[in-house]
Design a protein around this ligand. Structure first.
Ligand code: DAH
Length: 344
Protein backbone atom coordinates (compact mmCIF):
# COMPACT_ATOMS: atom_id res chain seq x y z
CA UNK A 1 0.00 0.00 0.00
CA UNK A 2 1.29 3.50 -0.86
CA UNK A 3 -0.18 6.69 0.44
CA UNK A 4 0.96 10.25 1.15
CA UNK A 5 1.45 9.58 4.83
CA UNK A 6 3.97 6.78 4.21
CA UNK A 7 5.88 8.94 1.71
CA UNK A 8 5.90 11.94 4.05
CA UNK A 9 7.09 9.81 6.99
CA UNK A 10 9.92 8.40 4.91
CA UNK A 11 10.93 11.90 3.72
CA UNK A 12 11.00 13.04 7.35
CA UNK A 13 13.20 10.07 8.25
CA UNK A 14 15.52 10.93 5.36
CA UNK A 15 15.80 14.54 6.51
CA UNK A 16 16.75 13.47 10.00
CA UNK A 17 19.31 10.82 9.05
CA UNK A 18 22.76 11.12 10.63
CA UNK A 19 25.90 9.00 10.28
CA UNK A 20 29.22 8.99 12.08
CA UNK A 21 31.16 6.57 9.89
CA UNK A 22 31.33 5.08 6.41
CA UNK A 23 29.88 1.92 7.84
CA UNK A 24 26.80 3.70 9.15
CA UNK A 25 26.25 5.37 5.77
CA UNK A 26 26.31 1.95 4.14
CA UNK A 27 23.85 0.57 6.71
CA UNK A 28 21.47 3.44 5.91
CA UNK A 29 21.78 2.75 2.17
CA UNK A 30 20.89 -0.92 2.69
CA UNK A 31 17.97 -0.03 4.99
CA UNK A 32 16.47 2.35 2.44
CA UNK A 33 17.60 1.29 -1.01
CA UNK A 34 18.86 -2.28 -0.52
CA UNK A 35 16.97 -5.28 -1.91
CA UNK A 36 14.63 -5.26 1.05
CA UNK A 37 14.98 -1.55 1.71
CA UNK A 38 11.99 0.62 2.56
CA UNK A 39 12.11 2.73 -0.61
CA UNK A 40 12.73 -0.37 -2.76
CA UNK A 41 9.63 -1.96 -1.21
CA UNK A 42 7.54 1.09 -2.16
CA UNK A 43 8.67 0.74 -5.78
CA UNK A 44 7.54 -2.91 -5.69
CA UNK A 45 4.18 -1.88 -4.33
CA UNK A 46 3.85 0.72 -7.06
CA UNK A 47 2.25 -2.06 -9.16
CA UNK A 48 -0.75 -2.00 -6.88
CA UNK A 49 -1.37 1.71 -7.33
CA UNK A 50 -4.50 2.52 -9.29
CA UNK A 51 -3.90 3.52 -12.87
CA UNK A 52 -5.13 7.13 -12.49
CA UNK A 53 -2.81 7.64 -9.54
CA UNK A 54 0.29 6.12 -11.10
CA UNK A 55 1.59 9.36 -12.57
CA UNK A 56 1.30 11.24 -9.27
CA UNK A 57 2.84 8.53 -7.12
CA UNK A 58 5.48 7.69 -9.72
CA UNK A 59 6.74 11.27 -9.46
CA UNK A 60 6.57 11.24 -5.65
CA UNK A 61 8.52 7.98 -5.41
CA UNK A 62 11.19 9.20 -7.82
CA UNK A 63 11.59 12.42 -5.82
CA UNK A 64 11.84 10.37 -2.61
CA UNK A 65 14.52 8.11 -4.12
CA UNK A 66 16.52 11.08 -5.47
CA UNK A 67 16.34 12.81 -2.11
CA UNK A 68 17.64 9.63 -0.50
CA UNK A 69 20.53 9.42 -2.98
CA UNK A 70 21.52 13.07 -2.40
CA UNK A 71 21.30 12.53 1.34
CA UNK A 72 23.63 9.53 1.08
CA UNK A 73 26.15 11.66 -0.86
CA UNK A 74 25.95 14.39 1.77
CA UNK A 75 26.40 11.90 4.62
CA UNK A 76 29.37 10.30 2.88
CA UNK A 77 31.08 13.65 2.39
CA UNK A 78 30.58 14.74 5.99
CA UNK A 79 31.93 11.43 7.31
CA UNK A 80 35.00 11.71 5.05
CA UNK A 81 35.73 15.18 6.42
CA UNK A 82 35.52 13.88 9.95
CA UNK A 83 37.68 10.86 9.29
CA UNK A 84 40.27 12.84 7.33
CA UNK A 85 41.53 11.97 3.88
CA UNK A 86 41.58 8.33 2.89
CA UNK A 87 44.84 6.40 2.66
CA UNK A 88 48.12 6.92 4.55
CA UNK A 89 48.57 10.29 6.24
CA UNK A 90 51.86 10.90 4.43
CA UNK A 91 52.76 10.71 0.79
CA UNK A 92 55.28 7.90 0.84
CA UNK A 93 56.48 8.73 -2.65
CA UNK A 94 57.91 12.10 -1.52
CA UNK A 95 61.73 12.15 -1.38
CA UNK A 96 63.04 11.76 2.19
CA UNK A 97 64.67 14.48 4.28
CA UNK A 98 68.44 14.30 4.04
CA UNK A 99 70.40 14.42 7.28
CA UNK A 100 73.08 17.03 6.63
CA UNK A 101 76.44 15.29 6.68
CA UNK A 102 79.00 16.79 9.04
CA UNK A 103 82.49 17.72 7.91
CA UNK A 104 85.78 16.98 9.59
CA UNK A 105 87.35 19.96 11.31
CA UNK A 106 90.23 21.45 9.28
CA UNK A 107 92.56 20.93 12.25
CA UNK A 108 91.68 17.20 12.28
CA UNK A 109 92.25 16.98 8.53
CA UNK A 110 95.72 18.56 8.72
CA UNK A 111 96.63 16.61 11.87
CA UNK A 112 95.84 13.33 10.08
CA UNK A 113 97.77 14.43 7.01
CA UNK A 114 100.89 15.30 9.03
CA UNK A 115 100.71 12.04 11.00
CA UNK A 116 100.18 9.89 7.94
CA UNK A 117 103.25 11.38 6.24
CA UNK A 118 105.43 10.59 9.26
CA UNK A 119 103.87 7.14 9.67
CA UNK A 120 105.03 6.46 6.11
CA UNK A 121 108.55 7.43 7.22
CA UNK A 122 108.36 4.80 10.00
CA UNK A 123 107.33 7.01 12.92
CA UNK A 124 104.76 5.87 15.48
CA UNK A 125 102.28 8.15 17.25
CA UNK A 126 102.60 8.97 20.97
CA UNK A 127 100.33 11.08 23.15
CA UNK A 128 100.66 12.54 26.63
CA UNK A 129 98.62 14.43 29.23
CA UNK A 130 97.53 18.04 28.78
CA UNK A 131 97.89 18.69 32.51
CA UNK A 132 101.60 18.29 33.13
CA UNK A 133 104.31 19.02 35.66
CA UNK A 134 107.28 21.34 35.48
CA UNK A 135 109.69 18.43 34.91
CA UNK A 136 108.11 17.20 31.67
CA UNK A 137 107.38 20.63 30.19
CA UNK A 138 110.50 22.52 31.26
CA UNK A 139 113.17 20.97 33.51
CA UNK A 140 113.81 17.76 31.56
CA UNK A 141 113.97 19.85 28.39
CA UNK A 142 116.89 21.93 29.66
CA UNK A 143 114.96 25.10 30.50
CA UNK A 144 117.09 27.03 32.98
CA UNK A 145 115.08 27.99 36.10
CA UNK A 146 114.95 31.64 35.09
CA UNK A 147 113.92 30.99 31.46
CA UNK A 148 111.22 33.44 30.32
CA UNK A 149 108.99 30.61 29.01
CA UNK A 150 108.31 29.68 32.64
CA UNK A 151 106.99 33.16 33.26
CA UNK A 152 103.41 33.49 34.47
CA UNK A 153 102.68 35.43 31.25
CA UNK A 154 103.03 32.31 29.15
CA UNK A 155 101.99 29.40 31.31
CA UNK A 156 98.69 28.51 32.95
CA UNK A 157 99.61 27.14 36.37
CA UNK A 158 97.14 24.99 38.24
CA UNK A 159 96.56 25.85 41.87
CA UNK A 160 96.95 22.73 43.88
CA UNK A 161 97.34 22.55 47.65
CA UNK A 162 99.87 19.72 47.54
CA UNK A 163 101.97 20.65 44.51
CA UNK A 164 102.87 23.99 42.97
CA UNK A 165 104.47 22.66 39.81
CA UNK A 166 101.32 21.51 37.98
CA UNK A 167 100.49 23.35 34.76
CA UNK A 168 98.82 23.11 31.35
CA UNK A 169 101.49 22.07 28.87
CA UNK A 170 102.71 24.94 26.71
CA UNK A 171 104.06 22.61 24.03
CA UNK A 172 103.91 18.92 23.06
CA UNK A 173 107.68 18.63 23.60
CA UNK A 174 106.65 17.22 27.00
CA UNK A 175 105.67 14.02 25.18
CA UNK A 176 109.32 13.69 24.04
CA UNK A 177 110.26 13.34 27.68
CA UNK A 178 107.48 10.84 28.42
CA UNK A 179 108.50 8.80 25.37
CA UNK A 180 112.18 8.71 26.43
CA UNK A 181 111.00 7.57 29.89
CA UNK A 182 108.81 4.77 28.62
CA UNK A 183 110.21 3.51 25.31
CA UNK A 184 113.42 1.71 24.51
CA UNK A 185 115.85 3.00 21.88
CA UNK A 186 115.83 3.71 19.00
CA UNK A 187 112.88 6.15 19.21
CA UNK A 188 110.95 7.54 16.26
CA UNK A 189 107.68 9.22 17.31
CA UNK A 190 105.33 12.02 16.36
CA UNK A 191 103.26 13.51 19.18
CA UNK A 192 100.11 15.44 18.29
CA UNK A 193 98.16 17.37 20.89
CA UNK A 194 96.55 20.45 22.33
CA UNK A 195 98.68 23.07 24.04
CA UNK A 196 97.86 26.10 26.19
CA UNK A 197 99.46 29.52 26.57
CA UNK A 198 98.40 32.52 28.56
CA UNK A 199 97.96 34.79 25.53
CA UNK A 200 95.33 37.36 24.59
CA UNK A 201 93.13 35.98 21.82
CA UNK A 202 93.59 37.68 18.44
CA UNK A 203 93.74 36.81 14.74
CA UNK A 204 97.33 35.60 15.16
CA UNK A 205 97.36 34.17 18.71
CA UNK A 206 95.12 31.97 20.82
CA UNK A 207 95.36 30.54 24.31
CA UNK A 208 94.65 27.02 22.93
CA UNK A 209 96.20 25.56 19.81
CA UNK A 210 97.60 22.31 18.44
CA UNK A 211 101.09 21.04 17.76
CA UNK A 212 102.82 18.00 16.35
CA UNK A 213 106.16 17.22 17.94
CA UNK A 214 108.67 14.82 16.40
CA UNK A 215 111.57 12.96 17.99
CA UNK A 216 114.12 10.65 16.44
CA UNK A 217 116.92 9.12 18.55
CA UNK A 218 119.32 6.48 17.38
CA UNK A 219 123.06 5.95 16.87
CA UNK A 220 124.65 8.29 14.29
CA UNK A 221 121.64 10.56 13.71
CA UNK A 222 122.96 13.75 12.12
CA UNK A 223 121.77 17.21 11.13
CA UNK A 224 121.74 15.98 7.51
CA UNK A 225 119.13 13.37 8.51
CA UNK A 226 117.06 16.13 10.10
CA UNK A 227 117.28 18.34 7.02
CA UNK A 228 116.35 15.53 4.65
CA UNK A 229 113.42 14.38 6.83
CA UNK A 230 112.00 17.90 6.97
CA UNK A 231 112.50 18.39 3.22
CA UNK A 232 110.65 15.14 2.43
CA UNK A 233 107.85 16.10 4.83
CA UNK A 234 107.51 19.57 3.26
CA UNK A 235 107.35 18.10 -0.24
CA UNK A 236 104.68 15.56 0.78
CA UNK A 237 102.68 18.27 2.52
CA UNK A 238 102.98 21.22 0.13
CA UNK A 239 103.97 19.66 -3.22
CA UNK A 240 106.95 17.96 -4.86
CA UNK A 241 108.62 21.20 -5.98
CA UNK A 242 108.65 22.70 -2.47
CA UNK A 243 112.02 23.97 -1.24
CA UNK A 244 113.06 24.53 2.37
CA UNK A 245 115.55 26.83 4.04
CA UNK A 246 116.86 26.65 7.59
CA UNK A 247 117.61 29.70 9.72
CA UNK A 248 119.71 29.46 12.91
CA UNK A 249 117.53 29.76 16.01
CA UNK A 250 117.48 28.97 19.71
CA UNK A 251 115.52 26.43 21.75
CA UNK A 252 116.71 25.22 25.18
CA UNK A 253 116.20 21.55 24.20
CA UNK A 254 118.06 21.53 20.87
CA UNK A 255 121.61 22.46 19.87
CA UNK A 256 122.08 23.55 17.16
CA UNK A 257 118.53 24.79 16.56
CA UNK A 258 116.86 26.03 13.41
CA UNK A 259 113.63 27.45 12.14
CA UNK A 260 112.42 26.06 8.83
CA UNK A 261 110.73 28.00 6.05
CA UNK A 262 109.09 26.45 2.99
CA UNK A 263 108.96 28.17 -0.40
CA UNK A 264 105.60 29.92 -0.70
CA UNK A 265 103.31 27.56 -2.61
CA UNK A 266 100.93 30.36 -3.51
CA UNK A 267 103.33 32.61 -5.47
CA UNK A 268 105.90 29.84 -6.08
CA UNK A 269 108.57 31.92 -4.33
CA UNK A 270 108.00 35.16 -6.27
CA UNK A 271 106.57 37.05 -3.30
CA UNK A 272 102.89 37.67 -2.42
CA UNK A 273 100.75 38.98 0.44
CA UNK A 274 100.70 35.56 2.19
CA UNK A 275 104.52 35.32 2.37
CA UNK A 276 104.74 39.12 2.78
CA UNK A 277 106.82 39.43 -0.34
CA UNK A 278 109.62 37.16 0.91
CA UNK A 279 108.74 34.00 -1.03
CA UNK A 280 109.12 31.96 2.20
CA UNK A 281 106.73 30.76 4.93
CA UNK A 282 107.85 29.66 8.39
CA UNK A 283 106.49 26.21 9.30
CA UNK A 284 108.43 24.71 12.21
CA UNK A 285 111.25 24.74 14.72
CA UNK A 286 113.78 21.96 15.00
CA UNK A 287 117.30 20.96 16.01
CA UNK A 288 119.60 18.27 17.34
CA UNK A 289 118.47 17.06 20.76
CA UNK A 290 120.63 18.86 23.35
CA UNK A 291 122.95 16.41 25.20
CA UNK A 292 121.55 17.81 28.48
CA UNK A 293 118.09 16.54 27.48
CA UNK A 294 119.48 13.08 26.69
CA UNK A 295 121.30 12.98 30.03
CA UNK A 296 118.19 14.16 31.96
CA UNK A 297 116.35 11.22 30.43
CA UNK A 298 119.04 8.61 31.08
CA UNK A 299 120.38 8.36 27.53
CA UNK A 300 124.14 8.43 26.91
CA UNK A 301 124.88 11.32 24.48
CA UNK A 302 128.25 9.71 23.67
CA UNK A 303 126.41 6.75 22.08
CA UNK A 304 123.12 8.23 20.90
CA UNK A 305 122.12 11.39 19.12
CA UNK A 306 118.81 12.60 17.78
CA UNK A 307 116.77 15.35 16.29
CA UNK A 308 113.46 16.93 17.25
CA UNK A 309 111.00 19.22 15.56
CA UNK A 310 107.75 20.92 16.45
CA UNK A 311 105.07 22.56 14.36
CA UNK A 312 101.74 24.29 14.90
CA UNK A 313 98.82 22.54 13.20
CA UNK A 314 96.82 25.78 12.91
CA UNK A 315 99.77 27.42 11.17
CA UNK A 316 100.06 24.64 8.59
CA UNK A 317 96.27 24.70 8.02
CA UNK A 318 96.37 28.50 7.61
CA UNK A 319 99.04 28.15 4.93
CA UNK A 320 97.20 25.31 3.22
CA UNK A 321 93.87 27.13 2.96
CA UNK A 322 94.91 30.78 3.44
CA UNK A 323 92.78 31.16 6.56
CA UNK A 324 93.77 34.58 7.89
CA UNK A 325 92.24 34.48 11.37
CA UNK A 326 93.07 31.81 13.96
CA UNK A 327 89.78 32.38 15.77
CA UNK A 328 87.84 30.69 12.95
CA UNK A 329 89.21 27.34 14.11
CA UNK A 330 87.62 27.66 17.54
CA UNK A 331 84.29 29.32 16.84
CA UNK A 332 82.82 26.26 15.08
CA UNK A 333 80.72 28.39 12.75
CA UNK A 334 79.23 25.80 10.37
CA UNK A 335 79.62 28.18 7.43
CA UNK A 336 83.39 27.99 7.98
CA UNK A 337 83.45 24.27 8.75
CA UNK A 338 81.43 23.44 5.60
CA UNK A 339 84.23 24.94 3.47
CA UNK A 340 86.19 21.77 4.16
CA UNK A 341 83.45 19.23 3.32
CA UNK A 342 84.96 18.35 -0.02
CA UNK A 343 88.47 18.10 1.38
CA UNK A 344 87.84 14.85 3.30
N1 DAH B 1 108.35 23.34 21.48
C1 DAH B 1 108.55 24.41 20.51
C2 DAH B 1 107.46 25.44 20.66
O1 DAH B 1 106.44 25.15 21.21
C3 DAH B 1 108.56 23.89 19.11
C4 DAH B 1 109.83 23.11 18.85
C5 DAH B 1 110.93 23.72 18.36
C6 DAH B 1 109.86 21.78 19.12
C7 DAH B 1 112.09 23.03 18.11
C8 DAH B 1 111.02 21.05 18.88
C9 DAH B 1 112.13 21.70 18.37
O2 DAH B 1 111.12 19.74 19.12
O3 DAH B 1 113.27 20.98 18.14
O4 DAH B 1 107.60 26.53 20.19
Amino acid sequence: MIDDKIIEDLQKQIDELKAASQQQVEEIRVKMLGKKGEITRLFEEFRTVQADQKRLYGQKLNTLKNNMLSKLEALKASVENQEGPKGPAEDLTLPGDRMPLGARHPISIVREEILSIFKKFGYSVAEGPEIEDDWHVFSALNFPPEHPARDMQDTFFINNQTANNILLRTHTSSVQVRTMESQSLPIRVVCPGRVFRNEAISARAHCIFHQVEGLYIDKNVSFADLKQSILLFAQEMFGADTKIRMRPSYFPFTEPSAEVDVSCNICKGKGCSICKGTGWLEILGCGMVDPNVLIANGIDPEVYSGFAFGMGIERIAMLKWQVNDLRHYFENDVRFLREFETVI
